[in-house]
Design a binder for this molecule. Sequence first.
Ligand code: ATP
Ligand code: MG
Ligand code: MG
Length: 374
Amino acid sequence: MPPVEETVRSIGQEFIIDGEFIGGSEIEAGHINVTYVARYLQMDGSERRYILQCINGYVFKDPVAVVRNVERVTQHIAAKLEGSGEQYLKMYPARRGGHFYEDAKGRVWRCYNFIEGCRSYDVVESTEQAYEAASAFGRFQDLVSDLDVASLVETIPSFHHTPMRFARLMDRAADDPIERLAGVVEEVQFLKDRKELGAELVSMMKGGLLPVRVTHNDTKLNNVMMDERSGQAVCVIDLDTVMPGLAAYDFGDLVRTATSAAAEDEQDLSKVEMRMPMFEALARGYIKACPSLTAAEIHSLVTGCKVITLEVAIRFLTDYLEGDLYFKTEREGQNLDRVRVQITLLKQMEEREAEMEEIVRRFADSESCELTSN
Ligand code: ATP
Ligand code: MG
Ligand code: MG
């Protein structure tokens, strides 16, 4: 048996799943964990697939807490969707108890059902697809809106504490550890000028104006499984970063990643474009699918788009000044290119803010969320 199959087979044995192992392979998509698909023959001759995933222990310092968070969330959703005929993510129990297996090297594994008949996309292809993705994240948000946030652990502390990210950037700009500051004075100034923007959501949260919810925190298009035939969203996956958070960050990150067609490290900044029809589809899908959003939360969505774009720019620039330690780089200056893409996008969001607000207001006011353009 090839080594990959042997790995999949032996890890699979640690979980309580049905059938006889008939094959396994690695899924290359995903940048964080190691993901395998395992095939098992069932008694009736059919085949069932499972996902076996090894959690990245460098990114997640406490992988068991990650599993517990996912357990809470998947069980909460399962209780609502059981018997509905819909596909949703569930984790299988491990033979030694709990929902994870720790191997001899201390790596933590979990086993999911395979969401069948679906695929995910890396780049948004149409407004319909943007709408579907946003609906999936909105629905997810809504399904967990009555789950007690205190039952989840903050697995990456201060993940979206933008002022803390800002303070670290200022420290690096002050000590300039590898003397890169001279080349990025303009970028540092741009971000510095937006210090107040960076604090907006955190202060509203502290002031009790925005509710802390269970959020997904990795709201990228490729974390939505879409029905291969109908193109409709089936469910969201990749729940590793579910934590207490704000809806505005989830929505904002979706907008940040799905409205511009340019790559995150694009060097030709003329390709960076805030595509309003995409934004409109995202806002419509998200708001419609999440009726539990409060008026204040809906009002914070556009701010969320700006703050998260600012935050990501801050993180890339900090890493650039620190010597590219956190984000993987393949060429000199790649992190700086990423900063410039985010800054360009943020400038466009600022220019089109009134339009964005108008769209959000329109969908918030209308029950039906009908599109009036596009
Ligand atoms: P990311 O870089 O987005 O954080 P990751 O390393 O955390 O990715 P996942 O997104 O969880 O990994 O999974 C990687 C890929 O495996 C997904 O993009 C999807 O194609 C596939 N996949 C994961 N879970 C399932 C599932 N339950 N059913 C079907 N396919 C799945
Ligand atoms: Mg993923
Ligand atoms: Mg992930």
